[in-house]
Design a protein around this ligand. Structure first.
Ligand code: AMP
Length: 361
């Protein structure tokens, strides 16, 4: 079975790495060849809106998926007429726009922070009237890892925030003073079987995921998260891995965003779960039985963003699993790799996490 992956970043690379032992073949599509994915499987280069080139690419594949959320939906629709594209382009279209995403959550009864669309300056004043400050003004599209966002701490900052993002469709969100952030990752197969990973607890720095610990043992939150993820999956007859990120406030989950793909907060599952999120995405989209999502112990993952420890230093930490994405260039805010520790108790996990954190210094 040959799987086509549009986008050849680290997520694509980890998909191929998980699929090779299963006897699956991979082919990537990206703008340039020297990518994390292109280093581990054949790659076709082309623009993401070159429909002819994409059609040629898809022809040799049994199923097509993507590792990048901003693949134009218009480019996937023609492919989906010839080969299955999972997750379905319909949900990608919703996930690409923060307003339609939050509107979907509301329709499905999933609580969210207060939000309002902002197209004109007057809309922002109205939103501030409704939700007050502080809040965050975000671009509806193409924002990720904290990009395309402006915080409004006081109302008088509204003008500057609006000007910094003007010209784009925006959304204003009330600022949530959350007690923690968690994410739920689950896989749904073509036959409708759903397998949920244990809840992950996440810490962000400057809008970028910094650390994840799992399993996060909050049974009441876990039940809510499963219900919300199930509602989204059932709405779309979803196939593949879906991730939903939540804020926790007063014991309630508020949905921040969803990703119709494998997710950084699930990297711990490579060593810390029986079958990883990458393997289960492939099992789901390939029409194969899903693997067990149980945790093998207590895991923690630290991200390397902007810079990486040397291999020698990282491998000197006993028990640490080191992942270098093979990116040629380090840039501030760029995810370059991660490390995971798996321990037999939450206490020993947290001790190992301290050692892993030191690698960042
Ligand atoms: P996002 O790009 O929406 O995933 O935001 C990245 C991170 O910024 C989140 O994981 C939070 O840590 C923080 N953040 C985003 N939106 C809000 C909000 N409405 N209230 C509080 N924190 C937020």
């Amino acid at each position: 079975m040959r799987i086509g992956i549009i986008g050849a970043g680290q997520l694509g690379r980890m998909l191929a790495e998980a699929g090779h032992p299963l006897g699956l073949e991979f082919r990537f599509y990206d703008r340039v060849a020297d990518t994390p994915g292109g280093q581990v499987a054949p790659i076709v280069t082309g623009e993401f809106d070159d429909h002819r080139r994409l059609a040629e690419f898809a022809q040799g594949c049994d199923v097509v998926t993507f590792d990048w959320e901003n693949v134009p939906v218009d480019s996937l629709t023609p492919i989906a007429k010839r080969v299955p594209v999972y997750p379905q382009p319909e949900i990608l279209a919703v996930a690409q726009d923060r307003l339609s995403e939050k509107t979907l959550f509301r329709e499905l009864g999933i609580p969210t922070p207060g939000f309002a669309p902002v197209d004109h300056r007057a809309d922002l004043d109205k939103a501030l009237e409704a939700f007050g400050a502080p809040g965050i003004l975000k671009t509806r599209r193409l924002g990720y890892d904290g990009k395309g966002q402006a915080r409004i701490m006081k109302r008088k900052e509204a003008g500057a925030a609006f000007d910094s993002l003007a010209g784009q469709a925006l959304i204003y969100e009330e600022f949530v003073r959350f007690t923690r952030e968690v994410s739920m990752i689950a896989a749904r197969s073509i036959s409708g079987e759903i397998a949920y990973y244990p809840l992950s607890e996440n810490v962000h720095a400057k809008g970028i995921l910094d650390e994840t610990r799992a399993p996060a043992r909050y049974p009441a939150l876990e039940r809510q998260a499963r219900r919300h993820v199930r509602a989204i999956m059932q709405r779309f007859g979803y196939v593949g891995i879906l991730t939903v990120e939540f804020f926790v406030k007063d014991g309630i989950l508020l949905a921040n965003e969803m990703a119709p793909r494998v997710h950084n907060s699930g990297h711990w599952t490579i060593e810390g779960a029986v079958s990883s999120q990458f393997e289960n995405h492939l099992r789901a989209i390939g029409g194969l039985p899903l693997g067990l999502t149980d945790a093998r112990g207590h895991s923690a993952m630290v991200n390397f963003v902007g810079s990486m420890p040397t291999r020698e230093r990282a491998l000197a930490v006993k028990g640490l699993h080191f992942h270098d994405y093979g990116k040629r260039e380090a840039r501030p805010g760029r995810k370059l790799g991660h490390a995971t520790v798996v321990a037999s108790s939450a206490k020993t996990r947290d001790l190992a996490l301290v050692r892993a954190r030191r690698l960042k210094k």
